[in-house]
Design a protein around this ligand. Structure first.
Ligand code: HCB
Length: 261
């Protein structure tokens, strides 16, 4: 896997650069002089690199090419782009990448998703509503890519999704869940420091008297099934497809008492 400076060296030129808080970094190796676009042999590998290189234009082009080549959008996300985000996380943890790099990578991920999302959503367009999900990233946390992906796949499977965005306090989850008669509240947290705020969401729904009718599912990189049990959530999902399966299970659980009467 090429890191950002190796990609520049390989292409032998000056790439497009950006500055953020006094740091300069490369935004797109396609801007290098003499760069020739061609479909790479291992397209998933190229997708991963486009994220690591923080290259939105390349990521978007690869997503379009993947669709053209008949690669399923979810495969492109799970096999191509998401592993790139994980590699970025690892490099950040090892001090090999910095905040502006992560931001550039997130921008590249969003560019790829902008191409793939409409295709994913098409699948669910014709279905009856499977349930209403209020989704958000918990207070203090601005990570949104995983949550958006969860929302997209839920929509693709017939759920009505209301995305409250990032940095959402527990009370707002509760108010929206009540107002929109939500079946499920989905709470994302990517930081060990903000995981505790998932508990605050559970507590806010309890205070609002909503727990008998509203299920809670949680997720995010540091989150585990054990944590879900500890805070009294109804389930944990490790990725977006598992979140869809879990949401369907939770809807079946909600329907069960009615079916029994
Ligand atoms: Co950020 N960051 N970050 N970050 N970041 C992480 C999360 C670290 C793990 C990186 C590392 O150190 N290895 C780390 C957290 C360490 C920790 O607490 N354990 C970290 C840190 C430290 C920080 C800052 C504190 C850095 C700083 O400022 N010094 C800062 C915090 C800002 C804040 O929130 N207050 C920060 C900032 C950023 C950005 C802004 C640069 C950027 C986010 C941009 C954006 O989202 N618009 C960012 C990014 C991109 C990451 C990494 C690299 C990728 C996250 C991501 O998008 N993953 C991440 C490394 C990593 O996670 N491995 C790193 C891809 C998605 C698809 O996966 O896990 O989010 P996901 O979602 C999955 C899954 O969890 C599940 O389904 C999703 C889809 O498959 N799921 C749910 C998620 N939510 C669900 C909800 C449900 O109900 C059900 C399932």
């Amino acid at each position: 896997m090429l890191d950002r400076s190796a990609a520049v060296a390989a292409a032998g030129g000056r790439p497009k650069r950006r500055r953020y808080m006094g740091v300069t970094w490369i935004t797109d190796t396609r801007s290098l002089p003499g760069f020739q676009w061609r479909m790479p042999e291992t397209s998933f590998h190229a997708m991963q690199e486009s994220i690591i290189n923080g290259a939105p234009e390349t990521a978007s082009a690869l997503a379009q090419e993947a669709l053209g080549a008949g690669i399923r959008p979810l495969d492109a996300i799970n096999e191509g782009f998401v592993p790139g985000m994980h590699a970025v996380g690892e490099q950040f943890a090892q001090g090999k990448m910095f905040l502006p790099d992560m931001m550039a990578s997130a921008e590249a991920m969003r560019a790829a998703m902008a191409v793939l999302e409409p295709e994913l959503k098409k699948i669910g367009a014709e279905r009856p509503i499977a349930g209403t999900v209020v989704l958000g990233t918990t207070k203090g946390d601005i990570h949104e890519i995983g949550k958006i992906l969860v929302g997209t796949l839920l929509t693709a499977h017939g759920f009505r999704v209301i995305d409250l965005g990032v940095d959402v306090p527990g009370e707002r989850f509760a108010t929206k869940a009540r107002d929109l008669k939500a079946d499920i509240v989905g709470v994302s947290a990517l930081l060990t420091t903000t995981m505790k705020n998932q508990r605050s969401v559970v507590e806010a729904l309890e205070r609002a008297g909503l727990r008998p009718t509203v299920k809670i599912m949680i997720g995010g990189a540091p989150v585990t099934r054990r944590w879900a049990e500890e805070i009294g959530a109804d389930g944990y999902a490790k990725d977006a497809m598992s979140a869809v399966n879990l949401a369907q299970e939770l809807m079946a659980q909600k329907a069960a008492p009615i079916a029994a009467t």
